[in-house]
Design a protein around this ligand. Structure first.
Ligand code: 13P
Length: 252
């Protein structure tokens, strides 16, 4: 079945609110009228409002980079799903490897965040992927299976309707090393197989799986042409309007 491509920019901890607004306006100008695939940008929390305003009425959606699973309360420093939704977010990234590496994210906390996102109708982008050491030890599938099982524990097939998975091999993030199209395709097919076994063929066939890890204007087309690669989660290159624009235009 034909899945609509989805390109998202993860701006990580970059851009002040003014810089974020300027980048959003640049993207707006470049992608005016572009409808061939779904597009989103995920700026830091403080830049959500200016980006939502700058992108209103366009086909470029806005997403958060994380959320906390409680709705409100005494959780200093956290931001909840309902807050993101009220700020105009359509998407939220969950379980990014940087959060797993530096902020103690586990498969269990990813599971809770995912549930919280779905409860307030945010569309989650769930990140999975192996480290360099895990790839070298040949346990990529085992790791990805554990991450997927943990994140999706207790979910019904309906939960997959708005979910996107991002396969991001940790060794390819911000390193300039990219998984080869064949390497990435193999893991994407593996992930789709897991989903099929767990949730059935129809849910698995509809779900989009993005690749992330040093996606650039010059390698996007080949990666995105693979059967099970339905889009990209772009870090560094999403901070430059012309590069992100080129990646969006490379989508199937
Ligand atoms: P880079 O594109 O900078 O490698 O980052 C990928 C990523 O982590 C997107 O979430």
């Amino acid at each position: 079945m034909a899945r609509r491509s989805f390109i998202a920019g993860n701006w990580k901890m970059n851009k002040t609110p003014d810089e974020a607004r300027a980048l959003a306006l640049e993207l707006r100008a470049k992608l005016e009228g572009f409808k061939n695939c779904d597009v989103a940008v995920c700026p830091p929390y403080v830049s959500l409002a200016p980006c939502v305003t700058a992108l209103r009425g366009t086909n470029i959606a806005v997403g958060g980079q994380n959320l906390f699973w409680e709705k409100a309360g005494a959780y200093t420093g956290e931001v909840s799903g309902p807050m993101l939704a009220a700020a105009g977010c359509e998407y939220v990234i969950i379980g990014h490897s940087e959060r797993r590496q530096y902020f103690g994210e586990t498969d269990q906390t990813v599971n809770r965040r995912l549930q919280a996102a779905l409860n307030c109708n945010l569309k989650p982008i769930l990140c999975v992927g192996e480290t360099k050491d895990e790839r070298q030890r040949n346990v990529t599938e085992e790791i990805v299976r554990r991450q997927m099982d943990g994140a999706l524990a207790g979910f019904k097939p309906e939960a997959l309707a708005t979910l996107t998975i991002a396969y991001e091999p940790v060794w390819a993030i911000g390193t300039g090393l990219t998984a080869s199209p064949a390497q990435a395709q193999a893991v994407h097919a593996f992930i789709r197989g897991l989903l099929k076994a767990k949730f059935g063929a129809s849910a698995a066939e509809q779900l989009r799986i993005q690749y992330g890890g040093s996606v650039k204007a010059d390698n996007a087309r080949e990666l995105l042409s693979q059967t099970d690669i339905d889009g990209a989660l772009v870090g560094g290159a999403s901070l430059v309007a012309k590069d992100f624009d080129a990646i969006v235009r490379a989508a199937k």
